[in-house]
Structures are given as C-alpha cells and as structure tokens.
Write a protein that binds this ligand. Structure first.
Ligand SMILES: [Zn+2]
Length: 641
C-alpha cells in the first residue's frame, strides 16, 4: 500500500509539477524555434524591402525608363545602402516583419493561386502575366483583410464570381466583359439572351460559385490565423518581388492596370461610367442623320456578280512622314514601297485628333467636325449617314473587321455600330490583327462571285505601339512607355515604326488574298500621333487642348493615305481604268478626310445625290483640300512624285 501510496504521491507530485516544468520548457522551446525560424524569414523580408531601393541604388537598365530622377547618384546610393543595412539590423532585432510558418505560407500561396487562376481572365489571355495576377490578388486581399477582417468576404466573393464568369465567357465565347458586349446585350431580345442559359453553363456557374465561395472562406480564415507581422512581411515581400520582376515582363506597363480583381473592377466601373456618358454629341448627331440609301441611288457599271472587292481600311495613328513609301529615311513599308500599283497621297490632312470623330467624317459626307473647325470651315456638316449604306443598297455584301481596340468604350462602340449598321457581320480580332487575314480569306471563299465591301479598323500604331511581331522586331531597341524619359524616346519611336512596318505586312497579306480579283484597297489613318517631337509632345492630349495645334502640325494631322488597285478592276469597265488613272494624278494634291466618302462612291461608280464630284479624287475636276493645313510638312512629303 505504502509503495503504491508512494508511487501515487510521486505520480501526483509529478503530475502537479509537470505542467509547470513542461510549460516553461515548451515556451522556451517554442520561443527558441520561433526565433530561429523567424530570424531567417525576417532577413528575407527585410532583404526584399531593401530591394525597393534597387532602382535608386544600381540604376539598372530595366528600371531606368521608370526612374525619373534620371539615374542613380553615388552619394544617395551609399546613404541608401547604409540605411538599408540598418533597417535589416533593426528588423532582425525588433521583429517587425517576418514570414509565416512554412505550412501557413504554402496554404496561403496555394489558395491565392487557385482563386486567381479561376477568376482572373488575364491568366488565360496573357499567361506571362500570371505571376503578377497572383501577387496582385494576394496583396490586395491581405490589405483588405487588414481593413475589413472577415467582412472582406462580402466584397471578395461577388468580385471573384464576376471574374469567374468573365474567365468562363472568355474561354467559351472569346469575349471579355466590355462595352461592346454591353451595347450588344442591350440590343438583344430576352430570347437571344436565354440561348446562353444552357444546362452546361448553369451547372458550371453554380459549381463555380460554390467552390469559389468555399475557397474564399478558407482563405480569409487562414488570414485570420496568421500573425499580423507575418501578413505584413508577406505582403511586402510579394509586392517587392513583383516590383523587381515587373519591368522584365513584356507589355507589363499596359497590362498592369487590367489584372485580376482590379481589372474586373476597372472594366465594370468603366462600363458603368460609359453607360452614363454614352449619349453624347457625336452619337446624337449621327443618330439624327438620314441614311444616304434613303434616297435613290444606282450603280450602272456593275451588275453585282463581278466578284469585285472594295476595302476601306481606316488606320490608327499612322503618320505619313513615318512611311517608307513616302520617302522616310527608314524603310518602314518594304512591301508597299515595292508595289508598283501603289498610289500614295503624301499630304492628307486628318479632320480631328480623335478616333470617333475622324471615323464619322471619313464615313459620312461631313467635311469637318464641329469642334475642329477653323474660320472658313462653316457649313461643312454631314447631311447623310454612312457611305456603307450606299454600297449595301447597291448589291455589295458588307463586312467589318475590327481590332481589339473596339469594345473599349461604349461611346466609341456606339459610333462604330451606327456607322457600320449596313454590315451583315462585324468580325472582331482578339489578339493579333493578323487573325483578320484568315477571316477575310474564309469570307472571300464563301462569297464566290458576289461583290464585297470590307471595312477594316484595327490597332495600327495606337499607343503604346505594341502591335507588331515581337519575335522579329525590325527596329530595336523598343520600349512601350506612354511618356518616356527623354533618354528613351528613340526606343519608343522604334516601337512606333515597328507598328507601321507591321501594318505594311498586314496590307501585303490582305492583297495576297485578293490576288486575281478585281479590287480596290483604300487606306487612310484616322489621325497622326506625337512621338516626342514638338518639344517632347507624346500622344494627342495637346492636340485636343490647344487650339489650332493639331491642324497646323503634320505630326498630328498629316496622315498616311494610299490606295492599291488591281489590273482586273481596271479591266472591268473603261470608266474604272479612267478613274484609277485620275487617282494616280491626284497624288500631287494635298487632300483631306473629306475626300474619302466621294472617292469611294466615285471609284465604284455609285450615283446618288449625295455624291460631289469636286471631292472625288477619281475626277479631273477634284478640288484639293482647302482647310487649315500643317505648316511644317517635311521635305520628303512636299516633293511630289
Ligand atoms: Zn485613333
């Protein structure tokens, strides 16, 4: 008994003492391991924070265009290095920032990656931006968690579901949530919309909502369990790793604002804003114009089964002085320069610096646009709508090929829809304008002997001058920054020229598809672009803000305009060969956007009371452009062929 009593006592003592001893032990042990693991993570976190100063310290090439101070200064660098080392020391000592334990960190990264991949359309569209998308997601959700704690879920889940729908719609239908989609949805009937409510779509949606909500719940719960300084450390480490890698990703500066949650939010917000201002002066004016096809018109020289193709290509931001075939010192247009049938108007004056108003002038019989008239330009408003209506009325099958620049603002899309309402179909390009070539080819095969009219309106040389073959850029180095550090202007201009080069290739490929057919290809750019000239002017903001600046500067108003016709077209009718002969003659004139409505009608031989032969470049009686014109035409645009 004693023995057992003793043992009982000792066991009791042991039991009573054990917690005390073990408590202290465990705590010590815990602290020790905590210090050990956290020490490393604190140095890692600190190190990444230090990287923030990288561009200032090292002035590395990839940061330089963004480093507006114009390079590193040795004294500043030295001071920053000393400060940085002191920060590392303090962080290690005071335990400000660290990383969470490995298990938590892995779960955090895994859940974040999963949710991003499911809900950020850019992971699918631009896989090279996936890393950015994931980090963006982790950082923003962590910051939100600091502000809202578990209420973050109420904001997070709807956003994620919206992103999931967007991604799904992109995979299934190649559409993003955008203004053109909205404009089209608004015009759809209930029945048309219900065609998307298939069993597969509904089950995918419900399964997605359930899975995303659960994952988001676990994600937020995980954040709740993490130490605050570990979340802080993780956010900083991730953001700075993104910051360091950011300039290495091609196209990073343009895509950055479109990523993940932020992108979905921005696209939504823009669409709502767009909705509010969609009814504006341009759409109102165009809406009120009568269709030119409402009055009688005829096409006596064509029967309708000649298989002829008329292409009107409205280019984007292409200046005449940067085209090789106009005498630019760099051959940016090798194909067109070598084309013996090229007709180029070296001096063509754009009507406005804005795409939508330029489109309106080019396609209607307007000669100027109200906001951009100068004294003497009165009574030059449009009296009828789109010239495309007349081609449709005279037996042409109408198609429009648009680049991914359409579908970006409801206002522009509404204008485009009004001007292209005669088209049987609008074909949209998703990534590369070259996709259009195959679409045109397929369409031509289907068309047989029908007469076709194609309107092409794609990215061309729109900023940030990205539309070209990045694997084989003809002019290097390139950079896609909207308003670069002057040291890098030439690289941005190289990118601009590469886009012109790509447009040349595009036109060449379309012409190859047209070979053997009677065709007319007319190209004109909507406006020019300032590329660091005019005292460092970039883009077109100054053109809209400063009176007369646009019309008087060839960089903005002097646009590329040319035509290529086929011998087969000339052979169709003697009138056509006379017209083309005259078109060649007209190269000596300074022309304007106002000439294209009438030239299109003239070259096809469409008769209507809206036609004005004084503005038809196919007529010997044509009147050259009489409005305000650039005062600084360069030498190579002044000498006529
Ligand atoms: Zn434009």
């Amino acid at each position: 008994m004693d023995l057992s009593g003793n043992s009982c006592h000792s066991r009791l003592t042991a039991f009573l003492e054990k917690p005390r001893i073990s408590h202290v032990d465990v705590k010590k042990l815990h602290m020790h391991s905590d210090i050990k693991t956290n020490k490393t993570s604190r140095w890692i976190t600190g190190g990444f924070v230090l990287c923030l100063f990288c561009p200032l310290i090292f002035n590395a090439e990839q940061f330089a265009p963004y480093n507006l101070q114009g390079g590193a200064n040795w004294w500043v660098s030295l001071a920053l290095i000393v400060l940085g080392i002191y920060f590392l020391h303090l962080n290690a000592k005071k335990r400000w920032l660290c990383l969470p334990p490995a298990k938590q960190l892995i779960s955090f990264l895994a859940l974040g990656t999963l949710l991003t991949c499911l809900t950020a359309p850019h992971v699918i569209i631009e896989p090279e931006m996936s890393f950015h998308c994931i980090i963006f997601f982790l950082v923003i959700t962590s910051l939100l968690w600091f502000l809202l704690r578990r209420f973050t879920l109420f904001l997070l889940i709807p956003c994620l579901i919206l992103g999931y729908i967007e991604s799904g719609a992109y995979i299934r239908y190649k559409v993003l949530f955008n203004s053109m989609l909205l404009a089209e949805t608004m015009e759809c009937s209930k029945e048309e919309l219900l065609t998307y409510a298939t069993a597969t779509n509904i089950s995918l949606l419900l399964a997605g909502i359930l899975f995303i909500s659960l994952s988001a719940y676990f994600y937020i719960r995980l954040l709740g369990r993490m130490q605050k300084r570990a979340i802080g450390g993780t956010i900083l480490t991730l953001s700075f790793s993104l910051y360091i890698l950011y300039p290495f990703v091609p196209n990073a500066c343009t895509s950055f604002s479109q990523l993940g949650l932020v992108g979905s939010y921005k696209r939504c917000n823009r669409t709502i804003k767009d909705l509010k201002r969609a009814s504006n002066a341009i759409t109102d004016t165009l809406d009120k114009l009568p269709s030119p096809a409402a009055k009688p018109s005829c096409l006596p020289v064509l029967k309708g089964d000649e298989g002829c193709v008329i292409i009107f290509h409205i280019g984007e931001s292409v200046r005449a002085d940067r085209c090789g075939f106009n005498g630019y010192s760099r051959n940016t247009t090798p194909h067109l320069s070598a084309n013996p049938r090229l007709i180029s108007w070296k001096r063509c004056v754009a009507s406005t610096p804005i795409t939508v108003t330029s489109l309106a002038v080019l396609l209607t019989n307007a000669r100027r646009w109200k906001e951009y008239t100068t004294p003497g330009d009165e009574d030059m408003d449009a009296t009828c709508g789109s010239v495309l209506d007349l081609f449709k009325a005279n037996g042409f099958s109408m198609h429009a090929f648009m680049g991914s620049l359409s579908r970006q603002s409801l206002r522009a899309d509404k204008v485009l829809r009004l001007l292209t309402s005669a088209c049987e179909k609008r074909h949209y390009t998703n990534d590369d304008v070259m996709e259009t070539i195959d679409k045109i080819g397929e369409n031509l095969d289907k068309a047989g002997k029908r007469n076709m009219f194609y309107l092409i309106n794609n990215e061309g040389s729109h900023s940030p001058f990205y539309m070209y073959d990045h694997k084989n850029p003809p002019f290097t180095p390139t950079l896609h920054v909207l308003s670069p550090n002057p040291r890098y202007s030439e690289a941005v201009r190289n990118a601009y020229d590469n886009c012109v080069h790509y447009t040349d290739l595009f036109v060449h490929r379309v012409l190859q598809k047209l070979e053997g057919r009677p065709y007319v290809y007319i190209y004109v750019s909507d406006h020019g672009e300032y590329i660091g000239d005019y005292n460092g002017t970039w883009g077109r903001a100054r053109a809209t803000a400063e009176k007369d600046f646009f019309q008087k500067s060839q960089g903005g108003a002097g646009v590329c305009a040319f035509a290529v016709t086929s011998p087969e077209y000339e052979a169709l009718h003697p009138q056509f060969s006379r017209s083309i002969q005259q078109l060649k003659e007209s190269q000596k004139h300074t022309i304007g956007h106002e000439h294209f409505f009438h030239t299109l009608l003239g070259i096809a031989g469409i008769k209507t009371e809206y036609y004005n032969e004084k503005l038809d470049l196919c007529q010997p009686t044509v009147t050259p452009y009489t409005g305000t014109e650039p005062e600084d035409w360069p030498e190579h645009l002044l000498n006529n062929k």
